[in-house]
Design a protein around this ligand. Structure first.
Ligand SMILES: C[S@@+](CC[C@H](N)C(=O)[O-])C[C@H]1O[C@@H](n2cnc3c(N)ncnc32)[C@H](O)[C@@H]1O
Length: 269
């Protein structure tokens, strides 16, 4: 993908594309959530379903195993290779495409359902991402996604990261997508029957240090921050200590306990 030197959004996406390349181990946690999203989105056998920012394809594979004709799209070629392996292993046929949620390579009204699990929230321009997801959705189709609330663990971890490494000007905090009021405003009058639920996600935690270490080697925002602080050991140590305190405050019985937001709406017929 060609990146214009003077386009801050393109630079941001290039960093996302590189940063998420290490995500594969985290599919262990997004796999159960994928079944929850496919169920919440009411995916039916034979429907055309798009998994936006699919990563290793856990939502697309789950939808395909439920009988849908699934496609997946992501910025990261490394994760798409794993997604293709996941589909082959599960014995389902899925078309995976390298691309950007802000410029989806599909005709208008091509899908019955457009889903995204912790994915489209990382696009730098929410209005552009929403417009594209709704453009490729047929009138009367469902848009559904899972996102991290700003006031809970992952949201607070991203805020902490943002204090050390702020996003470029014009890029809002990703976890605003976890606030139902913001979701309502961003989807606007192009949708009807907006619905929200919350669901739990548990992450094994032998110690706060284990969890911190795991995010430092898999989750793009944390990976990038740690790389950026490699020549500033004092700040790096302070960040690590703050993150461990945050992790500990959500841990009980060797599990980090948190919730995420599920949002669903129907494109206005
Ligand atoms: C937290 S991972 C979630 C992956 C997958 N949906 C899952 O639930 O396992 C975030 C994903 O968003 C993708 N991503 C970020 N920005 C994107 C963009 N502008 N267009 C497409 N994919 C994007 C990343 O490459 C990464 O795979």
């Amino acid at each position: 993908m060609a990146i214009a030197d003077n386009d801050p959004f393109a630079q941001f996406k290039a960093a996302q594309r590189e940063g998420w390349a290490l995500f594969v181990p985290l599919e262990a946690y997004t796999t159960p959530a994928a079944a929850r999203l496919v169920d919440f989105a009411r995916v039916q056998r034979g429907e055309r379903v798009l998994d936006v920012a699919c990563g290793t394809g856990v939502v697309a594979v789950t939808a395909a195993r439920a009988g849908a004709q699934a496609k997946g799209l992501d910025l990261s070629p490394v994760l798409l290779a794993r997604a293709r392996w996941n589909a082959d292993t599960a014995g389902v046929a899925i078309e995976f495409t390298e691309g950007d949620v802000e410029a989806l390579p599909y005709p208008d009204a091509s899908f019955d359902a457009v889903l995204s699990q912790y994915g489209h929230m990382f696009a730098p321009r929410p209005d552009v991402a929403v417009a594209e997801m709704l453009r490729v959705l047929k009138p009367g189709g469902r848009i559904a996604f899972s996102t991290w609330p700003p006031e809970l663990f992952i949201g607070r971890m991203f805020s902490l990261v943002g204090r050390y490494l702020p996003p470029p000007p014009g890029v809002p905090p990703v976890t605003l997508w976890g606030d139902p009021n913001v979701v309502r405003e961003r989807l606007g009058d192009k949708v009807v029957e907006l619905a929200f639920e919350r669901e739990a996600m548990y992450v094994p935690a032998l110690s706060p240090q284990h969890v911190r270490e795991s995010f430092e080697t898999t989750a793009a925002p944390v990976v990038r921050l740690v790389q950026s602080l490699k020549d500033d050991p004092t700040r790096l140590a302070r960040f690590r200590s703050e993150l461990e305190v945050l992790i500990a405050s959500y841990t009980r019985g060797n599990l980090v306990r948190q919730q995420y937001l599920l949002s669903r709406a129907i494109k206005r017929p």
